[in-house]
Design a protein around this ligand. Sequence first.
Ligand SMILES: Cc1ncc(COP(=O)(O)O)c(C=O)c1O
Length: 407
Amino acid sequence: MSEHQGMHPFFAERVLGARPSATKEMTRLANQLQREGRSIVALSQGEPDFETPAHIRQAAKAAIDRHESRYTEVAGTLALREAVARKFERDNGLRFSPDQIQVGGGAKQILYNALQATLNVGDEVVLPVPAWVSYPEMVRLAGGTPVLLRCGAAAGFKLTPQQLDEAITPRTKWLMLNSPANPSGAVYSARELAALAEVLLRHPQVWVMADDVYEKIRYDDAPFATPAALAPEIAARTLTINGVSKAYAMTGWRIGFGAGPLALIQAMNLVQSQSTSHACSISQAAAIAALDGPMDFLPGFVTAFRRRRDRVVEGLNRIEGLRCDLPPGAFYAFPGCQGLLGRRDGAGRLLATDADLALYLLREAGVALVPGSAFELPGHLRLSYAASDESLDEALRRIAQACAQLR
Ligand SMILES: Cc1ncc(COP(=O)(O)O)c(C=O)c1O
């Protein structure tokens, strides 16, 4: 990173080589403009705008009053890991004992722990892209090499068995899969996962990291599929990751969890024991209430997201130069913007890339979104539609107006 280069040589090469989170960076820029008095519609961060349900908040207050304010076990309290085991059995048909489960400070921490626990310098991690901004950077921070496989709109933003087969080498350690996906909203069916698993069965050195954090945010009736449920041979080398951030509107509580083979979880516990120790005790108590409690709020969340998705996708497709398919999951629209690249703004500045276009939309229209290049698929934009109907309508109006001004 250019702003880091002046710091060399005090800072570690692995940090100098890493990029800050582009979504957080866009949000920071938007906040800065807002402080300067600009009106900004921020669609750059991926978090539900709903309140955490009341029974979960209540459980946290009760935990405070019970003085649950001490260190917990590194892997998380036994009570929470038992609740996580119930969740996996109930929702996914997966059976784990509590010692096969790690709770951490968000799914992000679980991903990080797993990569730190397993990667040596030069180990390869196969990553279908577009992918969540943190995957490649976390791989690099752990000394690994991300192997990026482009999965464009024509492929539904999904990896094909042939792509996977061609990418695997003796150094491949992990395939990272995210369904429903950030940023594309793509969802893998059981059949598609089974076809990928067939390839993996021929390559026993490759493990699977299944990031299922958007499991509950899906818009069709197809049953949810996750790799570990496909076959025991795959389950024996899969880490299944989920959390409470997205489904329960609990991003700030920082609770995620992973379940998989005992030896992997033990190695991840070692990493966690020497870094963060464990997730917040009060948040852990709240997460038990989330996982064991009623889910009657969820249809309301999903219905609101679906309505906003339809509205946003329709609005984007009405803008000349943008093209957006209807994403079947998560809460992002990921339109292609190639039709607008190469044009010039009112001041004659060339918008050559999606990053130029995203900056133009932030500065000119006051709409914060993230360029596809941040997710390793240039020529796109990502908008989070986890925002109020009014702000989405306002964002669409502003984007349309700003795009119409390009020549
Ligand atoms: C694909 C994906 N995985 C993991 C996370 C992190 O979730 P958590 O809040 O549980 O750390 C996110 C958050 O944006 C995400 O998009």
